[in-house]
Design a binder for this molecule. Structure first.
Ligand SMILES: [Mn+2]
Length: 431
């Protein structure tokens, strides 16, 4: 496929127009697309590029001038559906104003004074901006490697080749735009959220003592693929009790035993959009009293946070208000032990209940951290009782979108309460 079908060409044109209106006179934005895949993997476009024009073809560039003119530069590759030798086909399909061969791009740049270019690395398969930053730092610090990533390398080359062009950061403009999801983006995010929840249901129903963590992941991936997703949007995290404290555990190769609890943190890449979830359930299908008391407490915290998600709310106020609401609940809660009570107390000081943004990648831009919530912002609500000292860990994570009046939970297809989880696990359980 060369061109997406999920957004109208009018909506894509409006995005480009909005970007153009953020540029000063005479400036041009340059957005690089993803390169040709190195292995036998399906090509996946960079998110920013896809967001602005929907073209899925390796090695392309997009320019948007402050007047709104958008031009796509295509590598000269006659195997492609989209080809610079058939400009009418490209412009009619995409709504872009012009198509040119890639060789003409440097000529276009020569005359520029101000160029807007992303500082963020392009997000591709299973990639979020934060993991890309870590990768870029690691390779740059390696004295014999020094790679910068595709986008970083292009920026470096532009500075070397056109030292007189002032290069400004395009990423904050794109972050602003991508942080607020349109209705057509939310259609995809609802489906991504639904698949995320249904996949956890499948994993719950396949759980029994003796199962290996990766078997549960396999159940989830099956649901993604059956549902039309290309696979997971990040490396799946399916730790049993022994590994639950490691929030980025990914080996998924340990056996789950009677009495253990298991966490699933996994979501699909569904037509360039994703979701995020964290659910925990008992391997034997029934929460012990001890597990139940802490799980229910974290759930109560979660259910205190959700109604506070509405337009105009501020993250730090919500953290404070939730702590105030939960303080008297905590005082009278019957915890199973002193250690458990200490673990639960961690929630008051946890700083990330209203967590990262979610969108085209699982750790999407997070503009809701320090400004009032707006309709269309999507993020994870993820209260966590995480006690390294006592080696216990409980969390309940959902992805929500802010609406005009409150919020909508995108991952609500996944059971949440002890009763619903246990009832889910009784269905089709192998005996
Ligand atoms: Mn998360």
């Amino acid at each position: 496929m060369s061109f997406q079908t999920d957004f109208s060409i009018t909506e894509l044109a409006e995005r480009r127009k909005r970007l153009a209106s953020s540029l000063p006179e005479g400036a041009v934005a340059l957005i690089p697309g993803a390169e040709t895949p190195r292995g036998s993997t399906l090509f996946r476009q960079f998110n920013d590029f896809y967001y602005l024009c929907g073209v899925e073809q390796p090695g392309c560039y997009l320019t948007i001038s402050h007047t709104g003119e958008s031009v796509i530069y295509l590598p000269e590759d006659d195997h492609s559906t989209f080809s610079a030798s058939n400009p009418a086909h490209v412009t009619q399909t995409t709504g872009l104003q012009a198509v040119r061969p890639l060789a003409m791009l440097t000529r276009r740049l020569q005359w520029l004074r101000i160029l807007y270019f992303p500082s963020r690395e392009g997000e591709g398969e299973r990639e979020s901006w934060d993991c890309l930053e870590r990768w870029r730092q690691a390779t740059l610090n390696d004295p014999l490697d020094k790679r910068r990533g595709r986008v970083g390398q292009i920026a470096y080359n532009l500075r070397a080749e056109f030292p007189y062009i002032e290069i400004r950061d395009l990423s904050p403009i794109l972050d602003e735009m991508r942080a607020i999801k349109s209705e057509s983006e939310l259609v995809l995010m609802r489906r991504a959220g639904e698949l995320t929840g249904l996949a956890v249901v499948a994993a719950m129903q396949a759980t029994q003592p003796g199962v290996i963590e990766y078997e549960l992941y396999a159940e989830m991936e099956y649901v993604y693929l059956r549902g039309g997703a290309r696979g997971p949007s990040y490396s799946p995290i399916v730790p049993g009790s022994a590994n639950a404290g490691d929030s980025h555990y990914g080996a998924n190769n340990c056996r789950l035993d009677d009495g253990d609890i298991v966490l699933a943190d996994c979501a699909p890449d569904y037509r360039y959009y994703t979701s995020d979830i964290g659910r925990m359930w008992p391997v034997n299908g029934v929460f012990s009293e001890k597990q139940k008391s802490l799980y229910n407490y974290v759930l109560a915290y979660h259910q205190t946070l959700l109604p506070m998600m509405r337009p105009g709310a501020m993250r730090q106020d919500i953290h404070r208000m939730a702590a105030e609401t939960m303080r008297p609940v905590f005082e009278t809660w019957e915890f199973a032990s002193k250690e458990q009570r200490e673990t639960a107390a961690c929630l008051f000081d946890f700083w990330d209940h209203v967590s990262h943004g979610v969108g085209m990648c699982v750790h999407d831009v997070s503009l809701h951290h320090n400004r009032p919530f707006e309709p269309g912002m999507v993020f994870a609500v993820d209260p966590m009782a995480w006690d390294r000292k006592n080696d216990t860990y409980f969390r309940v994570e959902d992805t929500v979108v802010i609406t005009e009046t409150g919020c909508e939970v995108l991952t609500r297809s996944c059971p949440l309460t002890v009763e619903d989880i246990e009832a889910t696990m009784r269905v089709n359980r192998p005996r």
